[in-house]
Design a protein around this ligand. Structure first.
Ligand SMILES: [Fe+2]
Ligand SMILES: [Fe+2]
Length: 326
């Protein structure tokens, strides 16, 4: 039915459904949770007890898990700044007059903004964090920007966000589970509600890709292949702390997340498999010769990655982050 469509046209076809995407995958502002719902109320008589509880649990948190939580918070804090990138993606018009893609981007960013807000307020209260250093990292992260390998292509961006939302769901969920196991119910709840948002977001972006696969399968598969060949980089890959060059802190943060099993190389492979299943890549028909080759590459990728991952070990050495008060 559709032949030789350009990205802009495909985005235009889908744009008619943005209203229903908003209803299905996002939550109305006055119904969704807000950070204050999960933070102690300073005007309450219980505040000092709540604070003491938060501080006691924070002191007892294992170092790797604690820095992973801080890194996750910083990643979330910088996220609203990506709105400016997404507004430039082909087929997204910031000056739209009716509900369209720009509306989706704003509404999604609004939901995301609550994540960094909640976590950073928690970290401020917990008494174990050098907030100035955390704030410096956040400012650097926004300042340094990122290169996600998507260019201004909506197909590549949707592959990226499908992957990323799934990864953040895993990582917040795991921090929540570990917090719960240690009896830290407050933090477990916070991470749980954030993880639930990420799960909705992942569903949305996966749905967009599934729709595009129906309309423009060859180009969508080629975009997916290209993103996987480049490897999905995390949005905080340029992370640094004071005194460092851009990107210097990233590996230490990533190693800490691997050591406490909050986000691992195995998760990367599992997400890849999940996306292949979700989009039924194996069964996509009507592909060009080039796209068929990409399909083959994608289907073989999890096994190839597994071999590599099995050989990699995470360094045991703990790095001293300036974020944590000694
Ligand atoms: Fe988030
Ligand atoms: Fe999200």
């Amino acid at each position: 039915m559709y032949q030789n469509l350009v990205r802009k046209e495909v985005m235009g076809i889908l744009e008619k459904e943005v209203g229903s995407f908003l209803d299905k995958f996002l939550t109305p502002i006055e119904k969704i949770w807000q950070p204050s719902d999960y933070l102690p109320d300073p005007s309450s008589d219980d505040f000092k007890y709540d604070l003491e509880e938060i501080q006691t649990f924070a002191r007892e948190m294992p170092y790797d898990l604690f820095v992973t939580l801080i890194g996750d918070c910083i990643t979330e804090e910088a996220l609203p700044s990506y709105e400016s990138w997404l507004m430039g993606v082909e087929g997204i018009n910031q000056e739209e007059k009716t509900v369209g893609w720009a509306h989706w981007v704003r509404a999604w960013t609004g939901e995301e903004n609550r994540h960094g807000d909640l976590l950073s307020k928690y970290l401020y209260l917990c008494g174990r964090v050098n907030m100035r250093e955390v704030e410096v990292t956040t400012q650097y992260l926004i300042n340094d920007g990122f290169d996600l390998g998507t260019s201004m292509d909506p197909y590549r961006n949707f592959v990226y966000t499908s992957f990323q939302e799934t990864a953040t769901n895993i990582s917040h969920r795991r921090v929540g589970t570990l917090a719960k196991q240690s009896g830290n119910g407050k933090l477990a709840k916070m991470c749980g509600v954030i993880a639930a948002d990420e799960a909705r977001h992942a569903k949305a972006y996966k749905h967009f890709v599934a729709k595009i696969l129906e309309i423009d399968p060859s180009e969508m598969i080629l975009a997916f292949e290209d993103m996987m060949r480049k490897k999905i980089v995390m949005p905080a890959h340029m992370m640094r702390q004071s005194g460092q060059a851009a990107g210097e802190l990233w590996e230490h943060f990533s190693d800490a997340a691997q050591r406490c099993m909050v986000y691992t190389g195995q998760d990367y492979i599992n997400i890849m498999k999940d996306l292949l299943d979700e989009w039924k890549i194996e069964h996509v028909k009507g592909l060009t010769e080039k796209a068929e080759k990409a399909q083959e590459y994608l289907m073989k990728l999890p096994a190839r990655l597994q071999k590599i991952t099995d050989r990699i070990s995470t360094p045991d050495l703990q790095f001293q982050f300036k974020w944590v008060k000694s």
